[in-house]
Design a protein around this ligand. Structure first.
Ligand SMILES: Nc1nc2c(c(=O)[nH]1)N[C@H]1C(S)=C(S)[C@@H](COP(=O)(O)OP(=O)(O)OC[C@H]3O[C@@H](n4cnc5c(=O)[nH]c(N)nc54)[C@H](O)[C@@H]3O)O[C@H]1N2
Ligand SMILES: Nc1nc2c(c(=O)[nH]1)N[C@H]1C(S)=C(S)[C@@H](COP(=O)(O)OP(=O)(O)OC[C@H]3O[C@@H](n4cnc5c(=O)[nH]c(N)nc54)[C@H](O)[C@@H]3O)O[C@H]1N2
Ligand SMILES: [Mo]
Length: 684
């Protein structure tokens, strides 16, 4: 038995390090890795489930081809699979041009080697690609506009805060490791406040839960700002020295009186006063906004409004005082920093001149012409369940002539494919990953040989390039040769620029790059056009046509559709999945057996629904049928079904969501989504 250090490459705040026991070529045990100061107590249940995941009998281990007559998948050889794919690519290129092929990738596996996928499509002369992102860009852009860049204090500094605001973040499920410093801070006397329409496991540990009407957080934040200014509980010195636009901001927030804010947010005004009082009086404060809350049509402006509270109270650049959105300090290899990398291509030139919107995938796939899309290549993503408006996506997929999906398991997207290629897992190829919460650069080491006939994408593309008839010289210009040695060489070359990040040390555990700031912005330098914190942002107007000041903008569907569809539909994350991953494993199914919708008893009573009834959640985009779970912990007029359930399990919430971009950053406004719920009289 051997023990190796590695790191989790899932799209999750925590990005845990762990020690993996390997016996006879198989992963058999996973232990904590104490060198990661942010994740010292070991991995979550999902992390432990990697043992089953790596060895699961359900894994796809060979290329598969759909038999058009039986609709069943049949195993084929790699040679055959790649021949079919290269013939199709040749044909579409010749008949319709490169842009008739859509290259789609999402967040299934992080790592520097992912760049070779894009390189392949560049080599063959281009393809239609994606812009925007499903996850976090509205908040990234809001932070960039205001502070100039996305960074925050190290997670363990949280224990120095005296006030922690989990605003639309449910760390106890989505960033389990964050609860460690939060609880340490509490032991030292800090207050924890949660602002969420749901009583979440994080809220269970809080001193105060404020249940807000979805999408109205900007109004609450601006209302608190108004009270802080009124009562002089702001840091005037900090503002004078570091902030642009305070005067304009002060004038604008006069509108957000407690009575107005109570009306908009559904929060009694006494709680609004109380929040302002606590925020004004308790320092240092770390404000932790979640990503869920910015996936609304007004998400970017909402995040700017919240950030104003950290700014007004001078809670920036000090220990315990922090705006804790995303920490991109470990993204040292990225030339184009997020969120700029999500902007659409600017010029109508280059091989990737055509890109479609991540948020509007289905609609754009159907709409785009000259040339129309004929083929899709999907890797590291599950767009059928994870992108909004599943019905339109299915329609768009089924309209194509040819679909390739590279996958570990038979997801709902893989089921749509003509050819499924087996994908590597985290133990089967070495790579370097960063994190967006902890500060580490980490080596995700190859620990076992790929299972069955699995090949990593780098090798798939190499072989496909050969099939397409490219010369060895050309292939070498763009791709790396199959094999561990070339991967290592590529990664070591990447590290050359960073002498402090040594290969041998990375093999032992997480490392921190030079110039990393434990306390972000302690130099009070802000990379904005004015060099100051911009409460007033001209760029907000120039780039996104928004008010230069943070404002509250009502949700689109709340305004237009609430008569017919009176319930706010939320689809947050859940503890034992990463989006659509893990729930197919037996160990996870033990804890998470079937989808259900959480509904307030007042809302269920008026609909004659009782606990465990089958209900239909619907709007004019689609419906899902699930069991009802009655819960006083959810705000009235809100219902919640966690995202990531497979259609095969009975319910993807994205049958209900609209493909719609956020106000800035080309994010995805999943949660601006109204529905109605009815009891099903006949079991489906
Ligand atoms: N276990 C687990 N961890 C994960 C993930 C996962 O799938 N599973 N995914 C990872 C990824 S990619 C992401 S993006 C993050 C996301 O994780 P979080 O940032 O925590 O975001 P969400 O779970 O989407 O939403 C957090 C909370 O916001 C609340 N909320 C919804 N609407 C509103 C609103 O209008 N106002 C307020 N104040 N609250 C609202 C929801 O009820 C929910 O409890 O988690 C990461 N970590
Ligand atoms: N309704 C609703 N929908 C949401 C959200 C929400 O809050 N509500 N949240 C959104 C957010 S924040 C996010 S980040 C997205 C996530 O959406 P996606 O990025 O699509 O993520 P996953 O569901 O994790 O699917 C990733 C897939 O990649 C596969 N995979 C893993 N490793 C590899 C690999 O090395 N190679 C290949 N080829 N495949 C691999 C996995 O098996 C999995 O099927 O979902 C979004 N969807
Ligand atoms: Mo995400």
């Amino acid at each position: 038995m051997q023990i190796f250090s590695t790191a989790c490459p899932r799209n999750c705040y925590s990005t845990c390090s762990f020690k993996v026991h390997v016996d006879k070529g198989k992963v058999v045990n996973i232990d904590p890795h104490s060198a990661n100061l942010a994740t010292p107590e070991g991995v979550c249940l999902k992390g432990l489930a990697y043992i089953e995941r790596a060895n699961s009998p359900d894994r796809i281990l060979k290329p598969l081809r759909k038999n058009k007559e039986t609709n069943q998948f049949e195993e084929i050889s790699w040679d055959k699979a790649l021949s079919v794919i290269s013939e199709k690519i040749n044909y579409f290129q010749k008949e319709y041009g490169n842009h008739s092929i859509l290259y789609y990738a999402a967040s299934g596996m992080s790592g520097l080697l992912n760049s070779f996928s894009q390189k392949f499509w560049e080599m063959i002369g281009g393809a239609t690609t994606m812009y925007g992102n499903l996850c976090w860009p509205a908040g990234l852009e809001a932070t960039r506009l205001t502070l100039g860049e996305n960074k925050h204090n190290v997670p363990w500094d949280l224990e120095n805060a005296k006030l922690i605001l989990l605003w639309g973040k449910n760390s106890a499920e989505s960033n389990i490791q964050e609860m460690i410093p939060i609880m340490k801070a509490k032991e030292k006397g800090a207050k924890l406040i949660v602002i969420d329409p749901r009583r979440t496991p994080s809220a269970e540990r809080a001193d105060m839960l404020v249940q807000i009407k979805p999408g109205t957080d900007a109004a609450l934040a601006l209302g608190i700002a108004y009270l802080l200014i009124q009562t002089g509980q702001i840091d005037t010195d900090f503002i004078d020295k570091n902030v642009l636009g305070f005067k304009e901001f002060k004038k604008a927030v006069a509108y957000y009186t407690p009575a107005t804010v109570a009306e908009i947010t559904g929060i009694p005004s006494v709680h609004i006063y109380r929040l302002a009082e606590i925020i004004g009086a308790t320092k240092p404060m770390t404000l932790i906004p979640g990503f869920g809350m910015q996936r609304y049509s007004n998400g970017g402006q909402t995040v700017r409004s919240l950030l104003a509270l950290s700014v007004l109270t001078g809670n920036i650049g000090k220990s315990g005082a922090c705006w804790h959105y995303a920490n991109l300090q470990s993204y040292v290899f990225d030339k184009v920093k997020e969120p700029e990398s999500y902007y659409p291509p600017k010029k109508q030139e280059g091989v990737f001149r055509r890109a479609i919107s991540m948020a509007k995938l289905g609609e754009d796939m159907l709409k785009i012409v000259n040339p129309k899309l004929k083929m899709i290549w999907v890797e590291r993503g599950n767009p059928v369940t994870q992108n909004p408006d599943t019905n339109t996506i299915l329609k768009a997929f089924r309209k194509l002539e040819f679909r390739v999906v590279v996958e570990q398991f038979m997801t709902d997207s893989a089921l749509e494919a003509d050819i499924v290629l087996p994908a590597k897992n985290m133990f089967e190829q070495t790579d370097i990953i960063g994190g967006y919460w902890n500060p580490y650069v980490q080596l995700k080491s190859k620990l076992v040989e790929p299972a069955g006939e699995v090949k990593p994408e780098t090798e798939i593309y190499y072989l496909l390039a050969q099939k397409l008839g490219f010369s060895n010289e050309k292939i070498k210009e763009y791709l790396i040769e199959p094999g561990d040695e070339s991967v290592k060489q590529f990664l070591k070359n990447k590290l050359k620029e960073f002498p402090e990040l040594k290969w041998e040390s990375l093999k032992e555990g997480p490392q921190i790059a030079k110039n990393h700031e434990e306390i972000a912005f302690s130099d009070l330098k802000f990379n904005t056009p004015s060099g100051k914190i911009e409460l007033y942002s001209k760029q907000a107007k120039q780039l996104w046509n928004l008010d230069p000041l943070p404002t509250y903008v009502p949700l689109i569907e709340d305004e237009k559709l609430s008569d017919e569809f009176p319930l706010h539909f939320m689809s947050p994350n859940t503890k034992n999945r990463i989006h659509s991953q893990f729930n197919n494993l037996k160990i996870i199914k033990l804890f998470s057996t079937e989808p259900f919708v959480m509904i307030h008893p007042d809302d269920s009573d008026s609909r004659n629904i009782t606990e465990g009834d089958m209900v239909k959640i619907y709007n004019n985009r689609g419906y899902v049928k699930v069991k009802a779970r009655l819960d006083f912990g959810i705000k009235k007029s809100c219902v919640a079904l966690t995202n990531g359930w497979w259609i095969q399990d009975g319910a993807s919430p994205n049958f209900l969501s609209k493909g719609r971009e956020t106000d800035m950053g080309h994010g995805t406004a999943f949660h601006d989504n109204m529905v109605e719920v009815v009891k099903l009289l006949v079991e489906p």
